[in-house]
Design a protein around this ligand. Structure first.
Ligand code: FAD
Length: 203
């Protein structure tokens, strides 16, 4: 199974801006040869959204664009979880590849953070089933394929909370690297996904 962008580039690399045909540049084609929405960022299948998304922060944990923040401050919604990002689908629309990714990583890292230090054989088997299902079931096909290849080279560590959190962090960093994003410091997974920062700002 493979996927490609309408501009001919690999789907999981930072996007070039040129387009050879009528499809929006960056639209990812699925294994069936049709445009694959769940494999594509909304800003690439909804061209009007791209211009507004230009000032979006790429740093981890800081996803709110300046214009979105200003609009939110003006409307009094800053700091709430309902504030829309300018380059993602409107609320109640199906997710794009980025929303699906954020939700999935949130689920996986949080589940790892609360996984037992010393899991029972049954807990280990269940965790292994959950992880092994991802390359088979994850709806973004090229994401699933790449994860499967990565997992073949780096089998899941379900021995305990610390090992699992680190393994997941490393898998996530592989994707970050592919997408040209910053590497996350895996010593900070507990702070990010369980304890919150020591300044108490999340308490
Ligand atoms: C299995 C999988 C494969 C994917 N493959 C692709 C792909 O091939 N192409 C594609 O375009 N998108 C892919 N995605 C989506 C992509 O990883 C991002 O989720 C998406 O681009 C949104 O990125 P983001 O910058 O908002 O933050 P995300 O990368 O979603 O991260 C969410 C938060 O997790 C924290 N974080 C970041 N890195 C780590 C880490 N290493 N360990 C712990 N916490 C961390 C940060 O606080 C960050 O804000 C994939 C997602 C998953 C779950």
């Amino acid at each position: 199974m493979s996927a490609s962008r309408t501009d001919g580039s690999a789907p999981n690399t930072p996007n070039p801006s040129s387009s050879k045909n009528a499809m929006p540049p960056g639209m990812v084609m699925g294994p069936d040869g049709k445009p694959c929405k769940i494999c594509t960022a909304f800003r690439h299948w909804k061209p009007g959204a791209a211009a507004e998304g230009h000032d979006r922060s790429r740093s981890h944990g800081g996803h709110t664009s300046t214009s979105a923040m200003m609009a939110a401050l003006a409307s009094g919604t800053a700091g709430t979880t309902t504030m829309a990002r300018p380059d993602e689908p409107p609320p109640n629309c199906p997710p794009d590849v980025e929303q699906l990714g954020r939700a999935t990583w949130t689920f996986l890292h949080t589940t790892a953070a609360y996984y037992p230090e010393r899991p029972t054989p049954t807990q280990r088997a269940n965790m292994l089933s959950l992880i092994r299902a991802l390359p088979l079931l994850y709806p973004c096909s090229h994401c699933a394929d790449d994860l499967g290849e990565d997992m073949a080279a780096h089998p899941p560590d379900v021995s305990g909370r610390v090992g699992l959190s680190r393994w997941l962090c490393e898998r996530h960093n592989v994707v970050n690297q592919k997408l040209g994003k910053e590497e996350f410091n895996c010593a900070k997974t507990d702070e990010r996904w369980k304890d919150g920062p020591s300044d108490g700002s999340c308490d």
